[in-house]
Design a protein around this ligand. Structure first.
Ligand SMILES: Cc1ncc(COP(=O)(O)O)c(C=O)c1O
Length: 195
């Protein structure tokens, strides 16, 4: 621990971790400021606007998580589900199973919809499972990095709204690569994902 930290330059081509631009590396080396300093509020507001753009949303409750994808997954589940409540999880790779485990640890009553890795869930299958299990939360992975699938989300928000169920989408590996139109898609508007 007394030696300076050495991290060699590597080209990273997997789903993660990934190389970051010099601009981001430089930002990480700026002096530390307090979380209550006015400059910090400005930085957080700017980041919020950036995230709203990336997700195509105007939702004021757009929050930056200073943590890993796992931290955000755990935060999302633990802040929306009470012990004993029903949660429906679509599993077609490792990330759905990971969320199912997190939800189980939170004390939720977890129902798994399982497909082979990379499998596709039809709107009809999802609606039938929601009608059967009456979940407070339905989870789907947008970019299932363990299987190489980008799952369409069009129309699912509409079904969740109809059944008074929250729709939690993992875009850790897809955001910025495959378009996501959060406000329109969650309101049930069809968006051509190739545009
Ligand atoms: C789809 C997906 N969700 C969640 C995660 C977890 O992110 P993290 O490794 O930052 O905890 C990953 C990481 O590869 C991922 O690909």
């Amino acid at each position: 621990m007394l030696r300076p930290l050495e991290a060699p330059l590597r080209h990273l081509f997997g789903p993660g971790p990934s190389n970051v631009t010099p601009r981001i590396l430089a930002a990480g080396s700026r002096p530390i400021i307090g979380h209550m300093h006015p400059e910090m509020y400005e930085i957080m507001n700017d980041i919020k606007k950036g995230i709203q753009y990336a997700f195509q949303t105007e939702n004021n409750m757009t929050i930056a998580m200073s943590g890993s994808g796992h931290a955000a997954m755990e935060c999302a589940v633990f802040n929306t589900v009470e012990p004993g409540e029903s949660v429906l999880v679509a599993i077609n790779g490792i990330w759905g199973e990971r969320v199912a485990e997190i939800a189980e640890r939170s004390g939720a009553n977890v129902h798994r919809m399982v497909k082979a890795p990379g499998g596709y869930f039809s709107i009809k299958e999802i609606e039938q499972a929601i009608e059967k299990h009456k979940p407070v939360l339905f989870f789907l992975t947008h970019g299932e990095s363990s299987a190489g699938l980008c799952h369409p989300v069009d129309g699912i928000g509409d079904i969740c709204r109809k059944h008074n169920c929250l729709f939690l989408v993992d875009t850790v590996a897809s955001l910025g690569a495959a378009p996501i139109f959060m406000d329109k898609q969650m309101k049930g508007t069809r968006c051509n994902q190739s545009t």
